[in-house]
Write a protein that binds this ligand. Structure first.
Ligand code: PTJ
Length: 253
């Protein structure tokens, strides 16, 4: 379907088209389309823009990734479909390993996602032939790599499920999530929850990483001063304001 560039919700509609194409190509699962709809609903409430508390979390996330000894970016079907280039660019600039890790795991889909990431420049993507299990997880999400998620000290987990976020925190990793749902278990469990739309979040984290890379003092300051509870309280205030605005104007777009 051709979407006119002038459409007020062009970006959002394009993301839907991208996901449907990726579903047809066997990258995204049907459940991923449903998950995206939930994300869209929250993005609508935040005005489809990155709010200030999310920027604070993104900057802290960039600092933690730069400071990490073994940083890893975890990629699932939706993330590969929507943001493969951004993931690869971020992985290069940290530098971090990439691991394909799927909730609805099939070996064929792991391979297709690895190939998609390689087409946009990724090297040595992990995910096939996992050699470790995240303890306490029943799902196939537990399958991981010693040189990847399993052995990481800092993990970026966009569009995660709460169980693995919790299990990774139990392993004493610093878990940076990206999830538009401010109430999800992932957001509540993560060490640094980024409540923002995936592609915007990855662009911002990359930009902050570029800014911070030569500033070790600022990196240390950020990792010491980021306060999750304060950040979440600010985020809930934005959400409240957003809802009040919708009531006052009778809706958004
Ligand atoms: O590819 P797989 O097999 O690993 O499966 C991927 C999905 C996303 C289906 C799987 O991880 C899943 O079921 O996730 P959940 O538990 O539905 O959680 C996904 C969360 O991501 C939800 O809370 C959504 O609000 C949020 N979300 C969806 N799209 C976006 C998003 N957050 C930010 N940006 C988005 N584009």
């Amino acid at each position: 379907m051709k979407i006119p560039k002038s459409h007020p919700r062009y970006d959002s509609l394009m993301r839907r088209e991208t996901l449907v194409r990726a579903w047809k190509a066997g990258i995204v699962v049907p459940e991923g389309l449903i998950a995206h709809g939930r994300g869209e609903a929250f993005d609508y409430l935040f005005g489809e823009r990155t709010i200030a508390p999310a920027l604070v979390a993104e900057r802290a996330g960039a600092a933690w990734l730069l400071r990490a000894k073994r940083p890893v970016l975890s990629v699932n079907g939706n993330v590969a479909a929507l943001s493969a280039r951004e993931v690869v660019r971020l992985a290069r600039s940290i530098p971090a390993r990439i691991e394909v890790n799927l909730f609805h795991r099939s070996e064929a889909r792991v391979r297709r996602i690895r190939q998609l990431l390689e087409r946009v420049g990724a090297r040595n993507v992990l995910g096939e032939r996992p050699n470790a299990r995240v303890p306490g997880l029943e799902s196939k999400r537990a399958l991981s790599h010693r040189e990847g998620v399993y052995g990481a000290d800092v993990v970026l987990v966009p569009l995660e499920d709460g169980d693995r976020a919790e299990a990774l925190v139990r392993m004493e990793k610093v878990v940076i999530s990206v999830d538009l749902n401010p109430f999800s278990r992932t957001t509540r469990m993560a060490s640094i929850p980024v409540v923002d739309e995936l592609s915007r979040a990855l662009l911002n984290i990359h930009r902050f990483a570029q800014e911070l890379r030569d500033d070790p003092k600022e990196i240390t300051r950020l990792t010491r001063t980021y306060d999750k509870d304060r950040n979440m309280a600010a985020l809930y205030s934005f959400l409240r304001l957003g809802l009040t605005g919708v009531r006052a104007t009778g809706g958004t777009r």
